[in-house]
Design a protein around this ligand. Structure first.
Ligand code: UDP
Ligand code: MG
Length: 318
């Protein structure tokens, strides 16, 4: 029988754990009779009772496994760890908050059986999200696809199935700020999407406040594009041409027309404008340099503190 692994990242989700486990039993595991299921919860350094609740839930049930990080390493590394540890022939990643309906996984498996290596969920509708999140997400995916030349499907999150072969290829990537959905697209293989309606959160609040969303967007862009750097070059060059015209004008006024140049306004505008352009360009360059800095350290990407219900001891720090 083929094994199917379901990876679920958890960060401070204690109001949801019992609902989640019940929903998995009822809406998914009871229907997965043709497979040998394995559910891997990755506790991403929760500071609430998530780990205790999960420990209780996985007790005496070898289908459920639990990994605990030594601290919060972030959603993308939590799903990376879950994929690393999965033993399935197919590996599915879903959120803990039941925004990704478990039934859709059955459709993913049908596509996988048809021979697709990657099956991702495409959000048709998203319930219970703020207008701000909907608008920023919509624009983010479109800007990202304009900036990159690999085909990252729009309106797709981390809810997906990957074949074991894709997981093994993903395991060779050792980026510290991985943009998982982009990297999976980058890997290639036969990929397809399944449309679904994204539900509202079953309980609790989002773990992606604005600042994390911005970091996530920057990781995505810097992972796959150097166009922002080119924009700095192009802007700089355009400014240089404007400068040359300005220099010509002021020299003409001074030397030929002998007119008194009223300088204050022009000076202030030029100074402020160029300071703004230069600092922005330096900031963009800085984003890339910061990422080189972190990649160059060779630190492990995440640290596993506890593992429950895993068979053999494997090296899990990478
Ligand atoms: N999550 C995580 N680590 C984090 C932040 C989030 O493991 O640092 C998990 C979270 O518990 C959830 C999933 O990632 O299972 C998606 O997070 P959330 O639902 O808050 O994001 P949203 O759906 O609001 O974008
Ligand atoms: Mg969510």
């Amino acid at each position: 029988m083929k094994t199917v692994s379901i990876v679920i990242p958890i960060f401070n989700e204690d109001p949801i754990i019992d609902i989640l486990v019940a929903a998995l039993e009822e809406r998914l595991l009871s229907k997965l009779t043709a497979y040998n299921p394995e559910v891997i919860f990755v506790d991403d350094g929760s500071s609430d009772n998530s780990f205790e609740l999960l420990s209780r839930a996985v007790q005496d049930d070898p289908r459920f496994k639990l990994v605990r990080f030594s601290r919060n390493f972030g959603h993308q590394l939590a799903i990376t760890a879950g994929m690393d540890l999965a033993s399935g022939d197919a590996i599915i990643v879903m959120d803990a908050d039941l925004q990704d309906p478990p039934e859709v996984i059955l459709e993913f498996l049908e596509k996988w059986e048809e021979g697709y290596h990657v099956v991702y969920g495409v959000r048709r509708r998203r319930a219970g999200e703020s207008t701000f999140k909907l608008v920023t997400a919509k624009w983010f995916y479109r800007i990202l696809s304009a900036l990159t030349n690999i085909d990252i499907p729009v309106d797709t999150g981390d809810f997906r199935l990957i074949d074991r072969q894709v997981r093994d290829a993903y395991g060779q990537i050792r980026e510290h700020n991985p943009y998982v959905r982009g990297l999976i697209s980058w890997l290639g293989f036969r990929q397809t999407g399944v449309p679904y309606d994204r539900a509202a959160r079953a309980a609790g609040i989002t773990k992606y406040p604005l600042l994390r969303m911005i970091k996530f967007a920057l990781d995505a862009i810097t992972s796959f594009s150097v166009i922002p750097l080119r924009l700095c070059t192009v802007t700089g060059f355009a400014m240089l041409i404007v400068c040359l015209a300005g220099i010509g004008y002021f020299l003409y006024a001074k030397l030929v027309a002998q007119s008194i140049v009223p300088g204050m306004t022009a000076t202030v505008i030029i100074l402020l404008f160029f300071a703004g352009v230069q600092l922005t360009a330096m900031g963009i360059i800085g984003e890339y340099i910061a990422r080189i800095f972190f990649e160059s350290k060779g630190r492990p990407r995440y640290i596993v503190q506890d593992k429950v219900n895993f068979e053999a001891e494997t090296d899990t720090t990478r």
